[in-house]
Design a protein around this ligand. Structure first.
Ligand code: CMP
Length: 137
């Protein structure tokens, strides 16, 4: 079994899409091993997205991610990293397949409703950023 970090971003939480998104996650067969509502500070968002610090969208992304509450989760399934990325669809909602989470709930490439880890190393860093081992139940 593999684990990945999922975030329901502030745009989707504000629009009350957390419920429908969690429903899709469970319907797809993931087990939710941890879940928490967080309101990140700018510094916490910068720490989470540190790998993107040289990118032109870094300041805007971290301002958005600290603009309101988000929901962070650890999802478990066979091939959880790929499976969650497939369920979300492409980063840019306009390029995500019809019926995917980002196509249905995202607005644009920044306000794209959800985040998912992209590799086992980032999944380990990202789950550890929000949860201790004792929180995974
Ligand atoms: P996420 O999967 O959370 O990882 C990095 C985020 O940066 C991405 O989703 C987008 O929300 C955001 N972002 C903003 N602009 C861009 C861009 N031009 N290319 C990629 N990601 C972007």
């Amino acid at each position: 079994m593999e684990r990945t970090l999922a975030i329901i971003k502030p745009d989707a939480v504000e629009k009350q899409f957390a419920g429908p998104i969690i429903q899709r996650i469970e319907a797809a067969g993931f087990r939710i091993r941890a879940m928490r509502r967080v309101h990140l500070s700018k510094a916490e968002a910068e720490g989470f997205y540190a790998v993107h610090r040289e990118r032109p969208f870094f300041a805007s992304l971290t301002a958005f991610m600290s603009s309101g509450p988000a929901v962070v989760m650890v999802l478990e399934a066979d091939g959880a990293i790929r499976k969650w990325r497939d369920l979300m669809g492409a980063t840019d909602p306009s390029k995500a397949p019809a019926g995917s989470i980002r196509a249905d709930f995202g607005s644009n490439i920044e306000r794209n409703a959800t985040h998912g880890s992209d590799a086992p190393e980032t999944a380990a860093f990202e789950t550890g950023y929000f949860f201790a081992g004792v929180d995974l139940v």
